[in-house]
Design a protein around this ligand. Structure first.
Ligand code: IPT
Length: 975
């Protein structure tokens, strides 16, 4: 046994805790793929050995001839904690807490360290490696992303170490390469000084998670180059100048350009915008290689206090995108990246903030190609220092400034040639400090053609835009009106919400109200919903796992599942709502006059890519369709367009127009016919149905009351059957399984309804029966609904009448006591034993709540009960269909079914478990269907809001307690 007398870790491991960004790497440069220089992907299966500490093993594994025969294997790119079936540790989720003691730059002794080994031969056609000399020639080894710190050896030679997980690092290796039997050894430490700069709200996932590539660098190859391609919107010309470290020529065949690098040329061009992403194919030719380029001409400026591109102010309809794949974590393949871009385009999203680090570079190529505005954010967040009032924050400590500047440079140099990037973001939630100023100054000096963003400094010392997160509607309105005060500089700046509308679980609510403000005030240039995707980890125990599911000591639960798409990228209702709210064509009008006002809300595109279709519906049934001729309106323009004569003019039932703007032809991102925007306009309103009370309730000798088609239990006054359909437990219901937005975030100072509801006991209401009364034309059941230990109550009277075939229930609710909170819901619930299909006329096809119902389109819909459920990763209230006129639920396709018509439109929900079971479940796998389908018919629902990290529902969407009456008509139908 040896006794250690040296410090731990020993000096040769001191780089791990060194604040410096690393040593040995080449200066950062543009990321590109040569068309003729050879390259070799080193992705694939690597040998792997995991140690518990940074210094457990020496470097003997790095030499040639080392026998790694008993090592495990991991896939590169990948995170080792997501491989090996738990043998390699597990992911950890924290929002902002560092999962280790805060003592910068020191990290824990227990520092999972993965030694990775890859053996490779050069391909036969690899150019002669013996010629390779110096930094400019030979070969370069590139790592696109390693979390969080790596030391690299090639054929036994230590070539350097680096930090900066989501940034590229390159090393000159030509002089070390052999034709065969090369050994690449990479030691990766989970924790390092760099971890203090990477405290983003996400899983901590060590590993080589992006590509590893060997690039041949022939003599005279391009090193770094900077494409400057501006657009003069007054002249319609573009000016191109490509500065290159190695002189060469730039060829742009589409523009007849053939100029030397460094030389500017101005020619008429088609500009690039996110809506019209026109790219010119070009080639940079240096003596040693040809580099294909895609050039987009556009100019970004801050002018008149606005962000303008090509002379026009833009409006961000954005999302925050973390890189996520449910199996592979942040190791994304190209198809997954493309899927993100296509989904965004198809849902009217026009902007991405790459929260909170530069994405895989291929994603930016896709943004250029399909058209998305990008705010490229640096890999920097020190949020955990908020726990100590930002004391020792690295961004305000000069010792860390070189690391910050290194990160800024690696982002800007790698990504500078993307037209899609309009702003550089210094990072996220890092407080304020000199280091940020140094980054901003360096970026401005290097690239004056883009704006600078950072949210953490509300004084906007270093930024070109006033950016905030989760400001409520009232504050956004004040900012839009310029009534927010603030320092002089800030008052001159445009405003964006870099994060808003927290899409955790069911929600976000209030999007439409935000959008109205964004569109009303010029100063407000839109926002970015938090966030794009739920970071659920595919897990056979739970379906998708979240924080705490891996036994983490500290974690933030399902706060990591707050996206507009589920972990498998299925759009959630929140994304459909966002699509509708930000639709770039706004239609309004009057279905009686038959006029639609169509406004083009694009910033650049006219409407020539769209076709317009109308349909005409009677009681939800489409009875006619046609095409509407709409001029190719310029952006910002609008026109009144006349609808045709209605195909039939029924006045005694609800009739309406639906007008859709669809893609006129296939585009790069969507097929012909894809719906971009829509509106519904009434021709004739719905007529209320009446049931004349013509039947008398009859008590028989067997404890039953018969009324029209229904039989009731005389003792409880509850219906037992309607026609041939068994009904159980019909009662007033005011409880819903709180949503994440109901529960709110623990730090929220405001009233958190979900918490108050539970405290009050709304989930354990007792129903006291006071009377069952029979009169000539009605059965009246009087009850008092209240939780134990409280004097608050809802006096509830059920009044049943029938005309012989139909059964009407009129409910009247009279509150008692001083209710200080809104109700989760108010309606009746009932159980049906034989039901699995639903048809309805109302909002659909998906769910809708008071402040999330923009995308809910009125129509006739049909679904299985199972498909009505929205699979939020943490189970919670979901699946209500809004504005339902009538619904039929039965065992399909051969109904008989119970038909329910609402006196007023209502919310319809049906599920194979109770709200209480839904509330108790932590994962979808906890929900097991029972024999009964529980149906909720709600007169009211509480809004959703965004309080899991923002404001709660606006007052007008809250379900205030007050005397309330509502009714439903039940009947049995056979179809
Ligand atoms: C904000 C963070 O910037 C983001 O990373 C994420 O954590 C989001 O919140 C919540 O999901 S910070 C917020 C606590 C103000």
């Amino acid at each position: 046994m040896s006794v250690r007398t040296t410090s731990s870790p020993s000096p040769e491991f001191s780089y791990v805790e060194d604040v410096s960004p690393g040593s040995g790497a080449l200066p950062p440069r543009a990321w590109y793929a040569s068309s003729d220089a050879a390259s070799l992907s080193l992705n694939g299966s690597w040998r792997f050995r995991l140690s518990a500490t940074a210094d457990a093993e020496d470097d003997s594994f790095a030499g040639r001839g080392y026998d790694c025969g008993d090592w495990a294997e991991v896939a590169v790119p990948g995170h080792w904690v997501l491989q090996g079936d738990g043998a390699f540790g597990a992911p950890i989720y924290t929002n902002h807490l560092y999962p280790f003691p805060v003592d910068p730059p020191r990290v824990p002794t227990r520092n999972p360290t993965g030694d990775h080994l890859r053996h490779f031969d050069l391909p036969d056609d690899w150019p002669d490696v013996a010629d390779a000399k110096g930094a400019a020639g030979g070969a370069v080894l590139r790592f696109d992303g390693v979390e969080s710190c790596a030391r690299v050896w090639l054929n036994g030679t230590d070539i350097g170490e680096f930090k900066g997980s989501r940034l590229p690092h390159e090393f000159t290796v030509g002089h070390l390469l052999k034709p065969t039997g090369n050994v690449l050894a990479v030691r990766v430490h989970q924790w390092s000084a760099g971890s203090y700069l990477e405290d983003q709200d996400q899983w901590w996932l060590p590993g080589i998670f992006r590509d590893v590539t060997l690039l041949h660098r022939p003599a005279g190859s391009a090193l770094d180059f900077f494409v400057h391609a501006s657009y003069d919107h007054r002249e319609g010309t573009g000016t191109l100048r490509v500065d290159s470290d190695v002189d060469g020529r730039i060829l742009v065949p589409g523009l007849d350009i053939d100029v030397e690098t460094g030389q500017a040329i101005t020619v008429p061009v088609r500009p690039w915008t996110a809506e019209t992403p026109y790219l010119y194919d070009a080639t940079l030719v240096t003596p040693g290689e040809r580099v294909p380029l895609r050039i987009g001409f556009r100019t970004v400026v801050l002018e008149d206090g606005l962000i303008k591109v090509n002379g026009r102010a833009i409006l961000f309809r954005g999302v925050n995108r973390h890189e996520w794949h449910p199996e592979h974590g942040r190791a994304l393949d190209l198809e997954t990246m493309r899927e993100d871009v296509l989904l965004m385009k198809r849902h009217n999203v026009n902007a991405v903030r790459t929260s909170h680090y530069p994405p895989h570079p291929a994603f930016l190529d896709l943004c250029d190609e399909y058209g998305l505005w990008v705010v490229d954010e640096c890999d920097l967040e020190t949020h955990g220092f908020t726990e100590q009032a930002w004391r020792d924050n690295p961004v305000d400590d000069d010792r860390w400034t070189p690391a910050l500047l290194d990160r800024a440079a690696r982002m800007v140099e790698r990504d500078k040639n993307h037209p899609s990037i309009v702003m550089w973001s210094l990072g996220n939630e890092a407080g304020t400090g000199r280091g940020l100023t140094a980054m901003a100054e360096w970026i401005r000096g290097r690239d004056g053609s883009r704006l600078i963003h950072y949210e953490g400094d509300w004084n906007c010392r270093d930024t070109d835009v006033y950016s905030r997160m989760y400001a409520d509607h009232a504050e956004v309105d004040r900012i839009g009106r310029g009534q927010d005060g603030g320092p002089a500089k800030r008052r001159q700046l445009p405003f964006i919400q870099c994060e808003y509308a927290h899409a955790m679980g069911n929600g976000p609510g209030g999007l439409a109200d935000y959008q109205r403000l964004f569109e009303a005030h010029e100063r407000i240039q839109g926002g970015f919903v938090w966030e794009w995707i739920d970071h659920g980890v595919e897990d056979e125990r739970y379906g998708f796992a979240y924080g705490g599911d891996f036994g983490e000591e500290l974690h933030d639960g399902n706060f990591v599942c707050d996206g507009l798409v589920f972990p498998d990228r299925t759009p959630s209702p929140g994304l459909l709502e966002y699509k509708k709210v930000v639709e770039p064509v706004r239609m309004e009008g009057d279905g009686v006059d038959g006029v639609v006002r169509i406004a083009n809300r694009h910033d650049f595109a006219d409407l020539s890519a769209l076709a317009f279709e109308w349909s005409y519906e009677v009681d939800g049934e489409t009875v006619g369709t046609g095409v509407l001729t709409v001029p190719a309106l310029a952006p910002g323009d609008s026109a009144d367009v006349k609808l045709p004569e209605p195909p039939v003019d029924v006045r005694q039932t609800e009739t309406r127009w639906t007008v859709r703007a669809v893609l006129a032809g296939d585009t790069a991102w969507g097929p012909k016919g894809h719906v971009v925007a829509w509106v519904q306009l009434w021709r004739a309103p719905r007529q209320l149905i009446g049931v004349t009370a013509r039947r008398r309730p009859v008590l028989d000798g067997r404890g039953r009351i018969t009324l029209g088609p229904a039989v009731f239990a005389a003792r409880t006054g509850e219906p037992a059957t309607v026609g041939g359909i068994d009904v159980i437990g019909l009662k007033l219901d005011a409880w819903r399984a709180p949503t994440d937005n109901d529960e709110g975030a623990p730090w929220q100072p405001d009233i958190r309804h979900g918490v108050l509801w539970r405290k009050l006991g709304l989930h354990r209401m007792q129903h006291r029966l006071d009377a069952v009364e029979l009169s000539d034309d009605a059965l009246t059941v009087r009850t008092r609904v209240a939780p134990a230990a409280s004097d608050l109550a809802l006096r509830t009277v059920y009044r049943w009448t029938s005309d012989g075939t139909r059964l009407k229930l009129a409910v009247s609710v009279t509150p008692e006591g001083d209710w200080q909170v809104p109700l989760p819901r108010l309606g009746v619930r009932l159980g049906l034993t034989a039901a699995d299909r639903v048809r309805w006329h109302g909002g659909g096809p998906g769910e809708g709540y008071p402040d999330t119902d923009s995308a809910s389109m009125l129509g006739r819909w049909e679904s299985s009960v199972d498909d009505l459920q929205t699979p939020y990763v943490r189970p919670q209230e979901n699946g209500a269909r809004a504005d339902v006129r009538w619904a039929e639920i039965g065992r399909g396709p051969d109904f008989p079914a119970l038909r329910v018509e609402g006196g007023l439109p209502f919310w319809f929900t049906a599920r194979r478990w109770t709200s209480e079971q839904l509330d108790a479940a932590r994962h979808l796998t906890d929900l097991t269907p029972g024999d009964t389908v529980w149906v909720n018919l709600d007169h009211g629902q509480q809004g959703i809001g965004s309080q899991s990290c923002g404001p709660g529902p606006l007052p007008r969407y809250q379900l205030a307690v007050g005397p309330t009456e509502f009714s439903f008509v039940f009947s049995e139908i056979n179809s």
